[in-house]
Design a protein around this ligand. Structure first.
Ligand code: HMG
Ligand code: MG
Length: 308
């Protein structure tokens, strides 16, 4: 039974605490054509921490043949100086990835499953049911090893092969990830096709308790990411994924462009009086430096406006 969507005016009258999960070093760099040197990845993560980001998805322990951009994840993760209060989750696709993450000293992992069959096949080389079973097993092993586990559901809104994704399919996968012990579940708009109406519908189907543990992982392909964040925020979501400078995409979903830029998110939240703890100028300097290494400019309007 679905619960009512909260009154947006009631939500807006108080200032919620929001957590930003910075995914640039993982979701961003995995999709860039150019491979960044390990020491620059390390510097990137450290600079993001110094700019005030408190959750930084540092890298992934996936098959290097699938994502050569992050093949040096063990080296990068070992070299990053740990900052007090900064969490560094890493993405893990299977038991081998978990072993590698444990060897590297990771304390938080993220497992990922698709809400659609086509993306499960393209991203994990298996069906979504098998992928969900694998993610459940990895989650149990990680919890037994004392790790914290975040779950991702990809293709929560639209899928390049299947079109609009049924809300019930997303709920099934997300709830299963909660049941097996994920502390939060991130709803991925992997190809950035979500609209405020669709976000409102999906978020409204979760219970208030679930909503407080849901993240919105927006890509900005159609320029709707901030509208989607605002809608989810009004609906009770408190965790938002974004990438510095709007880096990224997904190598296994060609139509995906970068994530919502962290700068755009911070600009909006601070404008609403929601304190993020992020020093925007230092973040922009970091994005500008990374954009130079990648030899491309940031798609973020805020980065462009404030760098001018
Ligand atoms: P496969 O080819 O079916 O697997 O890939 P396999 O078991 O046959 O392994 C192939 C080779 O990879 C073997 O090596 C394995 O040992 C090795 P070989 O015997 O050929 O020398 N291997 C590994 N090596 C290192 N670390 C590992 C690992 N696993 C196997 N963990 C597999 C299956 C799941 C491995 C592959 O499909 C994979 O790695 N996929 C990950 C793809 C990926 O990273 N996608 C991007 C992240 S998801 C995303 O971006 C969406 C998200 O941002 C949310 C959103 O936007 O919606 C999270
Ligand atoms: Mg993504």
């Amino acid at each position: 039974m679905s619960s009512a969507f909260p009154d947006p005016h009631a939500a807006a009258s108080t200032l919620p605490e929001v957590t930003i999960c910075e995914v640039g070093p993982r979701d961003g760099l995995q999709a860039e054509g150019q491979i960044i040197a390990a020491e620059d990845k390390v510097a990137f993560i450290e600079r993001l921490g110094a700019a005030g980001l408190r959750t930084i998805e540092a890298t992934s322990f996936v098959a290097p043949t699938w994502v050569p951009q992050l093949a040096d994840s063990a080296e990068v993760f070992a070299k990053v100086r740990r900052l007090e209060g900064v969490r560094l989750p890493v993405l893990v696709p299977n038991e081998l990835g978990l072993e590698r993450a444990l060897d590297a000293g990771a304390e938080t992992i993220a497992v990922f499953v698709s809400a659609t069959e086509s993306f499960a096949r393209n991203n994990l080389n298996t069906g979504w049911r098998e992928a969900l079973a694998d993610a459940e097993a990895v989650t149990s092993s990680a919890l037994a090893a004392g790790l914290r586990v975040r779950g991702y559901v990809s293709m929560c809104f639209g899928d390049p092969w299947e079109g609009r994704v049924p809300v019930d399919d997303v709920l099934t996968v997300a709830r299963r990830l909660f049941e097996v012990g994920c502390s939060e579940v991130s709803l991925g708009d992997t190809i950035g096709v979500a609209t405020a109406g669709h976000v409102r519908e999906l978020v409204g189907r979760f219970t208030p308790v679930e909503r407080s543990r849901i993240a919105l992982h927006a890509h900005d392909t159609y320029g709707q990411a901030l509208a989607n964040v605002l809608t989810a925020l009004d609906g009770g979501v408190r965790i938002f994924d974004s990438s510095a400078g709007g880096l990224g995409g997904c190598p296994f979903a060609g139509s995906a462009t970068g994530n919502l830029a962290t700068e755009d998110l911070v600009w909006m939240l601070e404008g609403m009086g929601i304190h993020t703890g992020v020093d925007l100028h230092s973040l922009i300097a970091t994005s500008a430096w990374m954009a130079q290494l990648l030899d491309r400019s940031s798609p973020s309007a805020v980065v462009r406006a404030l760098s001018a």
